[in-house]
Design a protein around this ligand. Structure first.
Ligand SMILES: *Cc1c(COP(=O)(O)O)cnc(C)c1O
Length: 386
């Protein structure tokens, strides 16, 4: 991290940077408040900060959210959880994914809450001394992690494991992003199964702890559910998974991340010459080409080659030409008079009132924004602004 945050003032030498993501913490706060505004007063946000907070920086994002009053965090792995603990994140940290049972001591020593993925896992984790904090996951139809909701006996026995301190129960919806009739019916069925299990466990005097089932899309499409937590990921970062998605509740999100790079040099290329690897782009006329210091190893997808992708330079639009390389890409800047070495290139975000949306990148690359964000490479510095 090159952006140094000191007393909320940021000292950044943009000149030093090759390629970077600018992370706007005010927009993060805005999105958090938007989410808090639409959930029940007694429901809280469990911020999903897995995968380096979707490429936004797990530690910095979690610290900022903690300052804003968030006390519950979710990650995918124990190592992500330990990193947060070591960075003074004090609240509950739930590992949503599998942790090898050999790491039980880490779970205990770092006070991390582990997801119980099924009955066998509960047994193994419970075999050795020491109590692990846990939330039980119920599989209501996604068929990924969780104890099968149809097997009540199995589920009951999880809560009776002697070395588990169960503080929550949750499930995950696999089609909450879709408003197609069939998918809504499927989701309602998952929801019904979840609350049925909760009721049955309660009727057997089992303390299910805190319950939660909604990730981003379920917050927007199934907002009526009564839960103790919601688990937003992608909408915290101010974007939807896919721009085509319609949702029942609409909230005003502000994208948190912008992606920027630099021009290394600008050169004149004569008519009928090729640019970059292979024979993929031939100049139709004398063309001014800027070489930009970002490539697919930085997470700018190679699949965007030859798609006329737009970037912004000095508030003007240029198109990427030829194949995107590992560390660089080339832009036709014939119509950008003042383009020169060291100018900033905006690949995602705003420049002088013009905008390149991450939605375009994900759509053209046939993926979702979640992947585009988490694919950003370690060479792309993180700069925090307010
Ligand atoms: C990743 C994840 C989330 C967050 O999902 P978004 O769609 O990004 O909000 C919530 N719950 C679980 C179990 C997850 O794996």
């Amino acid at each position: 991290m090159r952006g140094v945050i000191m007393n909320d003032k940021i000292d950044i030498n943009y000149k030093d940077l090759r390629s970077y993501r600018e992370i706007n913490l005010s927009n993060l706060e805005h999105n958090l408040r938007e989410i808090e505004n639409i959930i029940d007063d007694n429901c809280k946000v469990m911020a999903v900060v897995k995968a380096d907070a979707y490429g936004h920086g797990g530690v910095e994002v979690s610290r900022h959210l903690q300052k804003l009053g968030v006390g519950n965090f979710a990650v995918a792995s124990i190592d992500e959880a330990i990193e947060l603990r070591k960075s003074k994140i004090y609240g509950e940290i739930l590992v949503l994914g599998y942790t090898p049972t050999s790491r039980k001591n880490d779970l205990i020593n770092f006070n991390i809450t582990q997801t119980i993925v099924d009955n066998d896992y509960a047994n193994k984790l419970s075999e050795t001394e020491g109590r692990v904090k846990a939330h039980v996951k119920i599989d209501t139809g996604m068929n990924r992690l969780g104890a099968n909701c149809k097997d009540l006996e199995n589920i009951v026995s999880i809560y009776k494991s002697k070395n588990l301190q169960i503080e929550g129960t949750f499930s995950h919806l696999s089609r909450a992003d879709s408003l197609l009739e069939e998918d809504v019916a499927f989701t309602n069925n998952q929801i019904e199964r979840f609350y049925e299990i909760i009721d049955k466990l309660k009727s057997e005097n089992i303390d299910v702890g805190k319950i939660h089932i909604q990730s981003s899309y379920a917050i927007l499409n199934y907002g009526h559910l009564k839960c103790d937590f919601v688990r937003p990921g992608i909408i915290l970062y101010g974007v939807s998974s896919s721009p085509m998605d319609d949702t029942i509740k609409d909230i005003y999100l502000k994208p948190v991340l912008s992606l920027k790079s630099k021009i290394a040099l600008v050169k004149d290329v004569k008519k009928s010459e090729t640019v970059g690897y292979g024979n993929n782009f031939t100049t139709a006329k004398q063309t001014k080409i800027a070489t930009v210091t970002i490539g697919y190893a930085d997470g700018y997808p190679r699949g965007l080659s030859k798609k006329n992708m737009r970037v912004l330079i000095n508030g003007e639009e240029g198109n990427i030409v030829g194949n995107i390389c590992m560390d660089q890409l080339m832009v036709d800047v014939t119509n950008i008079d003042n383009a020169k070495a060291e100018d900033i290139v905006t690949l995602i975000g705003e420049d002088c009132g013009k905008y390149v949306s991450i939605d375009d990148i994900s759509k053209i690359n046939n993926t979702i924004n979640n992947e585009t964000l988490t694919a950003l490479g370690t060479r792309v510095e993180k700069i925090y602004t307010y």
